[in-house]
Design a protein. Structure first.
Length: 99
């Protein structure tokens, strides 16, 4: 569930950053509604909302940065969506991902 929170956050952040850049807005991930709410994708199972929100925001900030700057430093595009790189996910979650 925490992986999902980070990935959902990254994807939402990427879109928000891209939109802000295209609209001529300044760089500010924390002003985005999705960042403030941070409950997109939360289903109430396995983890508390506050924990989900923390990890969602971690992904969102990185996605926003990539989207705003039109790059793929923290994630990549595949299968019609953006997702955070495994090494970055590993750093955020503080665990070793199995290959």
């Amino acid at each position: 569930m925490l992986r999902r929170a980070v990935n959902d956050g990254y994807q939402e952040g990427f879109g928000a950053g891209q939109a802000d850049r295209q609209d001529g807005w300044g760089f500010n991930a924390e002003d985005a509604y999705a960042y403030q709410d941070a409950s997109y994708g939360y289903d109430g199972y396995y983890v508390d909302l506050s924990e989900y929100q923390y990890y969602f925001r971690e992904g969102f900030r990185r996605g926003y940065e990539d989207g705003y700057h039109s790059r793929s430093r923290y994630g990549s595009y595949s299968n019609c969506g953006y997702s955070i790189l495994g090494t970055i996910l590993e750093q955020i979650l503080g665990l070793q991902l199995l290959n």
